[in-house]
Design a protein around this ligand. Structure first.
Ligand SMILES: Cc1cc2nc3c(=O)[nH]c(=O)nc-3n(C[C@H](O)[C@H](O)[C@H](O)COP(=O)(O)OP(=O)(O)OC[C@H]3O[C@@H](n4cnc5c(N)ncnc54)[C@H](O)[C@@H]3O)c2cc1C
Length: 434
């Protein structure tokens, strides 16, 4: 008879590693299957690692995890073609351990996390693709792989196979992924000496800066850009909704947007001289709360990007991925301890735990955000331009009195959106973030 495991985890990204580590640490017999040559070889992230989720899984992760810089400053920039208006938040409180967030390089981080998973006692098999789930009636009983002699069985299968989860679709757990519910992001890593980064971003050794960007660079498509400081490299990227790429009359390709971003006069000096050594493109689930499918059933659970656990309002995909992985594993551990079958009734506890956590609370809070952004391109076009123009009008000293300037600014807003449009937009924003 074929070998049977307590659990099989498909995928070795943050969600799969969190689930596998938690299960193995509790003494369960776990098999993790990854199609990449090694964990991290197929994965893409900005990448900011938020400490909280990982701390709950590996409290002393800071001792040996490959962390680049801890973030002490968060910048948000609204761009038009020649300028930006931004907010910067920098605090010495972020410069004291334990640090709240770090930049990481995913390929290195995933390898490290995977070494912890194996130390905890899980069996990891790489270069093996799970082709389908094995069913006994409506219960998942194992997986069929393209190698390892085919079929492997387990009490429960955890799908941590990322945003484009073909397995869940094939099994009918959720439908086709809709272009309006995913963003396509591209990014580059640009290498340069540590000292240059520190000078340009006004930071010391090991300190880092995050810049989140929005505005004219996405040509009216719903999307954002980012620039992160690693130890001796910068990561720069931009992503927009797939549906918007399809309908953008300019037909701009994602890499063209990235080139445009790199040439922006406020960005170009920051990245000048950087040597590009890595380019990647990946999908990001952005459908939010209303796009989350059924995430558990008889003998199965879905975690991480595979369940769509990322929200346009906060780029914390890996944080959500690790939290969902941990909560799914804890559900299995509790069920095993109670001698329960891995039925939908038992695994419902996973959904209940998620509902109680920040994951569902945040997704629910921002549930109207994706729809609000889709139907209102003015937030990515008109407003960034108006705000930048207003800043220029007010800050330029040219003999015109301030009252006249204020009238001019107000007039430009009214001309672009009319008074009712402005009130309507304010209401839409309030409704999406309240
Ligand atoms: C450009 C970009 C920037 C981002 N920036 C950030 C950021 O700064 N901070 C943040 O927290 N999040 C960020 N995210 C989101 C974050 O990367 C994801 O939320 C996170 O990687 C999800 O982890 P996961 O384990 O669910 O999926 P993944 O990391 O995608 O892992 C899935 C794994 O499953 C494997 N797999 C898939 N199918 C199979 C199969 N059939 N058989 C075997 N193995 C399989 C894949 O090879 C892969 O290793 C970013 C995403 C992108 C694209």
């Amino acid at each position: 008879m074929a070998e049977k495991f307590d659990a099989i985890v498909v995928g070795a990204g943050p969600s799969g590693n969190a689930a596998t580590y938690t299960l193995a640490k509790a003494g369960l017999k776990v098999l993790q299957i990854e199609r990449g040559e090694y964990p991290g070889s197929k994965n893409v992230q900005g990448a900011i690692l938020y400490s909280d989720a990982l701390e709950k899984i590996i409290p002393d992760f800071r001792d040996d995890a490959p962390l680049e810089r801890h973030i002490i400053e968060q910048r948000m920039w609204m761009l038009d073609d020649r300028s930006f208006v931004g907010t910067h938040y920098r605090s010495e409180d972020y410069n004291k351990p334990p640090y709240n967030r770090y930049t990481i390089i995913r390929a290195q981080f995933d390898k490290w996390f995977s070494s912890k998973v194996r130390e905890a006692g899980a069996l990891l098999i790489c270069e093996t693709t799970v082709e389908q789930l094995l069913m006994d009636g409506d219960k998942v009983v194992g997986v069929r792989c393209d190698r390892m002699g085919g079929d492997v069985f387990a009490d429960v299968v955890i799908l941590a196979d990322g945003v484009n989860s073909t397995l869940a679709r094939k099994a009918g757990f959720h439908g086709e992924i809709l272009a309006k519910n995913v963003a396509l992001a591209v990014k580059e890593i640009l290498f340069m000496p540590e000292e240059v980064i520190q000078q340009r971003f006004n930071i010391g050794e090991e300190e880092g800066v995050v810049i989140e960007l929005m505005g004219s660079v996405t040509e009216g498509m719903v999307g954002t850009g980012f620039l992160y400081t690693n130890k001796d490299s910068l990561t720069i990227g931009v992503g927009c909704m797939l549906s918007d790429f399809k309908t953008n009359p300019r037909r701009t390709a994602p890499y063209e947007l990235l080139e445009k971003l790199k040439k922006h006069p406020s960005i170009a000096p920051l990245i000048a001289g950087g040597e590009m050594k890595e380019y990647a493109a990946h999908l990001i689930p952005e459908g939010g709360f209303n796009a989350i499918p059924q995430i558990y059933g008889h003998g199965w659970m879905i975690v991480g990007d595979s369940g769509g656990f990322v929200n346009a309002a906060h780029r914390e995909g890996s944080n959500l991925a690790m939290t969902t992985g941990r909560l799914a594993a804890e559900t299995v551990i509790a069920a095993k301890a109670a001698g329960q079958e891995m039925s939908a009734r038992t695994l419902k506890a996973y959904k209940a735990a998620l509902d109680e956590s920040f994951v569902m609370k945040d997704l629910h809070k921002y549930r109207n955000m994706p729809d609000m952004l889709h139907g209102n391109p003015q937030f990515f076009t008109t407003y960034p331009t108006l705000v930048n123009q207003a800043a220029q009008t007010m800050f330029t000293v040219d003999g015109v009195d301030k009252k006249t300037k204020e009238k001019e600014v107000l007039g430009s807003f009214k001309a672009a959106r009319k008074f009712t449009g402005l009130i309507g937009d304010a209401f839409k924003v309030w409704r999406a973030v309240r």
